[in-house]
Design a binder for this molecule. Structure first.
Ligand SMILES: N[C@@H](CCC(=O)N[C@@H](CS)C(=O)NCC(=O)O)C(=O)O
Length: 291
């Protein structure tokens, strides 16, 4: 590979499989399935196919919050999709999400299954289905949806931009790191100024906007993604810090972040969730205790 100072793009881009980087083994320039594999289906109305990345956690937190509110119809099976092993390119997964990215939800509560992909669409689908975590008063609803869609547009600069070039790219490119560090700090400031005015993003109430933003920017604020806390001086965003801590205290959030998690403390990993009791009985410390 050329280094950034002497690279001149050719007339026609060609796929160089050996271009390096953390996700080189799964990145490709075409869509569609690579192999036949049906998705499993459990007994609950909602079937989730996911992994506990920030995008995955948004949905498991929402489902646990709905169950905590007493919505039995939000019972779900959470199946593990190992994206590093290419599970997102199996034919069944691609039918659920043609974009081949977790999370994907299949809602089997009605006469015909409904597929929903994109975490924001899944949060909205669930919020409308259960009438929860989405304000009905027009101004608050608009504020909630604005922050929900802000996350969808902003996080790619954090993950695909800053995180990729700061943590994953095979070489450190100053221009790229500078550009995306500046944007991510600007985004943190956007959130900080908003959270100086109200406890949650949409106002007084905790909503799907917080569920979408917290797994990315809350984790960033605590130095838990890309080991970039010091680099970005995240402690300066005091309102983001307060909001992050408050959300982290919620029991449903603590459960949701464990689902489909395959790294970290064994007691924090619930690879698949099929019953509420799985949090007590099926974490990795219980299933595979250290020898
Ligand atoms: N905008 C999408 C992003 C989903 C996404 O990027 N998922 C990542 C994991 S966090 C993924 O599945 N990557 C696998 C791949 O790119 O092949 C959403 O919010 O659902």
């Amino acid at each position: 590979m050329n280094d950034s100072s002497n690279y001149a793009p050719p007339k026609v881009w060609v796929w160089n499989k050996a271009n390096g980087g953390r996700f080189a083994n799964i990145n490709r320039p075409v869509a569609g399935p690579t192999h036949d594999k049906e998705l499993p289906v459990g007994r609950h109305p909602l079937q989730l196919y996911s992994l506990a990345t920030p995008n995955g956690i948004k949905v498991t937190v929402m489902l646990e919050e709905l169950l905590a509110l007493g919505h039995a119809g939000a019972e779900y099976d959470a199946w593990l999709i190992r994206i590093n092993e290419g599970d997102q390119f199996g034919s069944g997964f691609v039918e659920a999400n043609p974009n081949s990215k977790i999370p994907a939800l299949v809602d089997r509560s009605g006469p015909a299954p409904i597929r929903v992909f994109e975490s924001g669409a899944i949060l909205l689908h669930l919020a409308e289905k259960f009438g929860a975590f989405l304000p009905t008063e027009p101004a608050a609803r608009a504020e909630c949806l604005s922050w929900l869609f802000w996350q969808m547009g902003s996080a790619p600069y954090l993950g695909g931009g800053f995180g990729h070039f700061y943590a994953y790219a095979p070489s450190k490119i100053e221009y790229a790191i500078d550009r995306f560090a500046m944007e991510v700090k600007r985004q943190l400031d956007v959130l900080d100024r908003r959270l100086a005015l109200s406890p949650y993003l949409a106002g007084e109430e905790y909503t799907i906007a917080d569920m979408a933003v917290w797994p990315w920017y809350g984790a960033l604020a605590k130095g838990l993604v890309y080991e970039a806390g010091e680099f970005l001086q995240v402690q300066e965003y005091t309102h983001v810090q307060r909001w992050t801590d408050r959300i982290a205290e919620r029991p449903a959030v603590q459960r949701g972040r464990m689902v489909n998690r395959t790294w970290g403390e064994p007691s924090s990993q619930l690879h698949e969730r099929h019953e509420a009791s799985d949090f007590e009985t099926r974490t990795q410390d219980k299933l595979a205790p250290a020898a």
